[in-house]
Design a protein around this ligand. Structure first.
Ligand code: FE
Length: 309
């Protein structure tokens, strides 16, 4: 069929009617958004001459992805989660809030309720024989003043790229903790070096990315929420330098400011001092968080999280 079979005016009238714009009731914000999305969808179908088979393949794809619980991978995989971050960055910049640690995507694998530790914690349960990772740093405000009693929530994958509560069973909350900073805003943890990971082989998201000539791999990383009363919630990650996919993340999560150096410690005295019996990796990373400002766009994102089970 040729493209552009339908008059633009008719497209816009149909979208408006389908979104209930001619009706009094309903949620005005929802109606506005639906009107725009439907209008853009109708227009895309007509411009690109999307066939009925193609259209229903798309509907089937979304349904199957939802059923397989993959929408949390689809959203970052097609850069929408990163795009939302870019908008929030710019909104903050315009509100005079630039300067703190940059945000990046949350991803779908946060689980609330991790054990809380004061000042320092060990994240791994000892069952993973991976390289020991020691990470520490300080949470400060934008003026460089330490933020005591801040919450540093951390979660990451094991050496096989798997998270507790997802994939092969691990002990509950393995590689997940909430660490409260000390009086100087410092936190510290011992864990094991995470591996990068890919979307499950044969998953709907992997199939889509393959069909677009893309891969479905993430570089190794560690996720963080950093929060404190009166401060803006920070959602971010650090990437592990040297990973093959460091700047080629399928989820668009890599940011240059979030690639701290990894220091390999092999000096016997330093190993002993750390209470270890083998060389380890050390990362220092300080977080800068901004004080809350009335009217600034919210940084706490309400989204569905997987339950701890
Ligand atoms: Fe992750």
């Amino acid at each position: 069929m040729p493209a552009n079979l339908i008059d633009k005016k008719h497209i816009s009238e149909l979208a408006a009617k389908a979104a209930g714009l001619d009706m009094k009731g309903g949620n005005p914000r929802l109606k506005t958004i639906m009107n725009r999305l439907l209008s853009d969808l109708f227009q895309a179908i007509d411009d690109l001459d999307i066939s009925m088979d193609e259209f229903w393949a798309g509907v089937g794809y979304l349904g199957a992805s939802a059923q397989a619980n993959e929408l949390g991978l689809l959203v970052p995989g097609i850069a929408v989660e990163h795009f939302l971050d870019l908008r929030l960055d710019e909104a903050e910049r315009r509100a005079g809030l630039a300067g703190g640690t940059v945000r990046t995507i949350e991803g779908p694998l946060y689980v609330a309720g991790a054990p809380v530790a004061k000042h320092e914690a060990r994240l791994d349960d000892g069952s993973d024989d991976g390289e020991v990772l020691i990470m520490d740093g300080q949470v400060r405000d934008l003026q460089g003043k330490p933020v005591p009693h801040a919450k540093v929530e951390v979660w990451h994958a094991n050496t096989h790229g798997n998270y507790s509560f997802f994939g092969p069973p691990q002990t509950p909350f393995n590689l997940r903790r909430t660490i409260e900073t000390d009086a100087e805003g410092r936190y510290k943890f011992r864990s094991i070096m995470p591996s990068g990971y890919g979307c499950p082989p044969g998953s709907h998201i992997e199939n889509l990315l393959t069909d677009m000539g893309r891969h479905a791999q993430r570089p190794a990383h560690v996720h963080f929420f950093v929060s404190a009363p009166g401060f803006r919630h920070l959602t971010t990650q650090i990437n592990i330098d040297g990973d093959k996919y460091l700047r080629d993340d399928f989820a668009f999560g890599t940011r240059e400011e979030l690639i701290p150096p990894v220091i390999r410690v092999s000096d016997a005295a330093a190993i002993h001092e750390a209470g270890l019996d083998k060389p380890y990796a050390y990362i220092k990373f300080d977080f800068a968080i901004a004080k809350e400002v009335p009217g600034a766009p919210a940084t706490v994102v309400h989204r569905e999280h997987a339950p701890a089970h």
